[in-house]
Design a protein around this ligand. Structure first.
Ligand code: EPZ
Length: 418
């Protein structure tokens, strides 16, 4: 097994270029199931989750290649509609194939994704919405077996769900008639999916709001134009936190600052300077790192995917910070590992109280999920001594060229074999 060895430091400098957003690329790649032509997508991050999805599309009989951050997809040859367990269990966002496969082929079987480290991750809202659109949904031996001709319907999501919204937007695209979606997620990744489908000829209104009207094509596939994936706001936020945790000036480039408003506001509240210039953001050191109160919520609120990174950062604040994780029931897996580095964190249900200012000591720690593992790297950068972060396959799912980028900032970080 590989691990990352990280030397604690008190200084970073330089800039990193941010890749395309994994959580935008996933639905965008799946949306090629709705295409009548070859789909060319640039600025695709070359991370494990994307590679897994590309292999899933190949398993379904589509042509799918990813080279030099460019995906070429042609699903006109797609000849089977079963997304098998051995792939879905590796990448739960494979559930995104359910809506488009059903909408186009009127039948599909997609393995239930199962839970993950951060929570049970149900898909009940995805299934309820498809049933509202006329689908017959059965659960058989761990698979969602879906059939039927989808018709436009009015769907109100009980909870805001990112991939639930994406799944049903794609299902509605080829359905017959108008679908009205209420309480839709407004994440930039959902917005880009809607924009790409509109460019492909889909009549969709309300993009960027929590209410969408989609006029389905009644089975007619769409003519996709070429497009580039939006920058990864979570990757950008992670590197800004790397600079912040060692109180250094660093920059992130090729980003969309407007996607990071909540994150930048919290960094400023903690005393850091933020300079925004077109597609780059520069973090300036704080005179004193102040404690912070964070409540995770749906976009444009503070993103849950930045919660672990800010918990690590709060360890350096001069005072007590509070983090209230509202989206997932078990997204504090990084806490026990941070405690092993000398952190002072108390958990009470979904609320974490972090007492900053204590010295962090290097340790062997274990990654548990994608974002928790990035928080461990940040803490290791600020700790005294040499830390090792194990099970870094979690990181490789969502961060491309991670150690090269940290090295570009001056970190002493090496990938080694156990
Ligand atoms: C997406 O997951 C992201 N993944 C997650 O990023 C992100 O943390 C999450 O949205 C929240 O922003 C991708 O986009 C691939 P949800 P998703 O459905 O869509 C409940 C990362 O690190 N819910 O918005 O699975 C659910 O349990 C990953 O990149 C239901 O109850 O999240 C949660 O409490 C981690 N029933 C809340 O809604 C459902 O049918 C939000 O989940 C669906 C969701």
């Amino acid at each position: 097994m590989t691990y990352l060895q990280i030397e604690g430091t008190n200084h970073l400098s330089g800039s990193v270029t941010i890749n395309g957003a994994k959580n935008a690329a996933l639905p965008l790649i799946v949306s090629s199931i709705l295409a009548k032509n070859e789909v060319k997508i640039s600025n695709v991050p070359e991370v494990e989750d994307i590679k897994t999805l590309i292999s899933l599309l190949k398993n379904l009989g589509a042509k799918a290649d990813l080279n030099h951050h460019e995906a070429l997809l042609n699903t006109t040859t797609l000849n089977q509609t079963t997304a098998k367990y051995d792939i879905v269990r590796k990448m739960r966002a494979s559930i995104l194939t359910l809506g488009p496969l059903l909408s186009r082929f009127r039948h599909c079987e997609v393995s239930l994704p199962g839970g993950c480290a951060i929570g049970q991750r149900p898909i009940d809202l995805h299934l309820l919405a498809l049933e509202k659109m006329g689908a017959n949904i059965q659960i058989k031996q761990g698979y969602v077996v879906a059939s039927g001709t989808l018709k436009g319907a009015e769907v109100l999501f009980d909870k805001i769900t990112v991939t639930g919204s994406e799944n049903i937007i794609m299902a509605a695209a080829l359905a017959s008639g108008k679908t009205r979606l209420l309480n839709v997620a407004k994440e930039p990744e959902v917005v880009q999916l809607c924009e790409v489908l509109r460019e492909a000829g889909l009549d969709i209104k309300g993009i960027g709001s929590d209410e969408l009207e989609i006029y389905g094509t009644n089975g007619e596939c769409l003519e996709f134009k070429e497009f580039a994936v939006i920058p990864d706001r979570i990757e950008a936020g992670t590197y800004l936190c790397a600079g912040a945790i060692v109180n250094s000036k660093i920059s992130v480039c090729k980003v969309n600052p407007s996607h990071l408003s909540a994150v930048l506001a919290k960094l400023e509240q903690m005393g850091f300077g933020i300079i925004v210039e077109n597609d780059s953001i520069t973090l300036l050191p704080a005179k004193e790192i102040k404690p912070v109160e964070i409540l995770t919520s749906e976009y444009p609120g503070f993103p849950t995917d930045m919660q672990a990174q800010f918990m690590a950062l709060a360890l350096r604040a001069n005072g007590t910070s509070i983090i209230d994780e509202r989206l997932f029931e078990n997204r504090f897996m990084h806490v026990s590992e941070l405690l092993r580095m000398g952190a002072d964190i108390k958990l009470n249900g979904h609320i974490a109280t972090i007492t900053g200012g204590k010295e962090l000591n290097a340790a062997d720690v274990m990654a548990t999920d994608l974002r928790a593992s990035s928080a461990l790297i940040l803490a290791a950068l600020a700790a005294k001594g040499t830390s090792r972060v194990h099970r870094i396959y979690h990181l490789d799912r969502g961060y491309e060229n991670l150690e090269e980028k940290f090295k570009a900032l001056g970190a002493n970080i090496t990938r080694l074999e156990e």
